[in-house]
Design a protein around this ligand. Sequence first.
Ligand SMILES: Cc1cc2nc3c(=O)[nH]c(=O)nc-3n(C[C@H](O)[C@H](O)[C@H](O)COP(=O)(O)OP(=O)(O)OC[C@H]3O[C@@H](n4cnc5c(N)ncnc54)[C@H](O)[C@@H]3O)c2cc1C
Length: 410
Amino acid sequence: MLDVCIVGAGPVGGVLACRLAQAGMSVAVIDRAALPPMEHPGFDGRAYAIAAGSRPLLDAAGIWDKLPLKAGPIEQIRVSDGRVGRPASPLFLHFDHQDLGGRPLGWMVEARSLRVALNARLNAGAGLSVYAPARAEVSRGRQSAEVLLDDGTLLKARLVIAAEGRDSPLRRQAGLTAARWDYPQSGIVCAIAHERPHRNIALEHFLPAGPFAQLPMAAGEAGENLSAIVWTESNAMAPRLMALDDEAFGAALAVRLGGHLGAVRPVGRRWIYPLSAMYVHRMVAERLAVVGDAAHGIHPIAGQGLNLGLRDGLALAGLLIEAHAAGEDVGSAALLARYQRGRRLDHVSMLLATDGLDRLFSTNNPLVRAARDIGLGGVQRLPRLKRFFMQRAMGQAADQGGNMPVVAVS
Ligand SMILES: Cc1cc2nc3c(=O)[nH]c(=O)nc-3n(C[C@H](O)[C@H](O)[C@H](O)COP(=O)(O)OP(=O)(O)OC[C@H]3O[C@@H](n4cnc5c(N)ncnc54)[C@H](O)[C@@H]3O)c2cc1C
């Protein structure tokens, strides 16, 4: 009998599997896609902002040291309220890591780098068995769960963890309902090379169509200055921008970015995501826990989706490792109830904060603009309030049981 069977080896399921195996638990991981151990794909333009509070899980899972590409530290964040083609509002927020002891506020990690490190650990980890590509049929009972794979393999585990992303079939089968709403916006994700160095400064520029973020990446293989871009646009405009050639796309991007990085040029692929939010009413059922995007969906305005999922992993891993060490049942109803109770506040507050920020900033209403500029200026002038926001942005309060990142590493 396995301790845990994780369905979905995305960043959340994959990291959690490595962490549990590292702690001596027996873990099976199943993904519908293949997880080749040595794959080193080319640069694809996608990167994650990993908040400082998520790093301990990646360290403990043995992933951080295995990242094949350098992570770029985020040392400062500038938040400004702007209009396309016009100078940003003089009232802006400036977060500096020096105000919190000099540790980076977070890191930019290329998506392919995280994937390579995860696949390497998953394929080599003692206590881990990987089934990919594979489909799983799960039946859950009072004492254990059975997982039947499409090649006929039958696995038995104390607990099944659903980590299959937003459309989680296991969440649906278990009758765990979710409220979902779509934003009239899409997220365009890409990377740019730029003339001047970014000095490890991230920029979150609030524009009427939605937030536009530039995030400092480590230098490219040829030493070029690189940044990731997360650009929110209306659903009408985003496909038109995606259809532009590189030169015209780069020009449209430069108008929104401003001139602080000198000449810019898009590199790698462009990606577009429809944006939606999701609130899952219950995250646990008999012998089942739901984590990551399967358990919540938030607007990427603060780039915290994966960080929220990693904090699910951190919380669940803590409970499971403790129960395993004490010889207790790792799939007990009491443990699952504790997991759900411990994660609820973080989920609700992130959902409300990201949704509220998007509504507050994605408008041209002059009264709302004036009010929020005064708000931004107020936070900037009050050092203790600023520290509070910074700590939340770094995901640090998660360690202390609650968390409400508001202006976050994007
Ligand atoms: C525009 C945009 C920008 C973003 N930027 C950031 C950012 O900067 N920082 C950040 O923290 N987050 C960011 N996010 C959010 C982040 O991408 C997600 O939160 C994160 O990928 C969720 O990870 P996950 O492992 O829960 O799910 P997923 O990444 O969706 O992984 C799910 C895994 O499950 C597998 N799977 C699916 N169905 C099945 C099945 N039936 N059986 C077996 N396996 C299955 C899939 O193959 C996949 O491997 C962004 C999101 C968007 C849309």
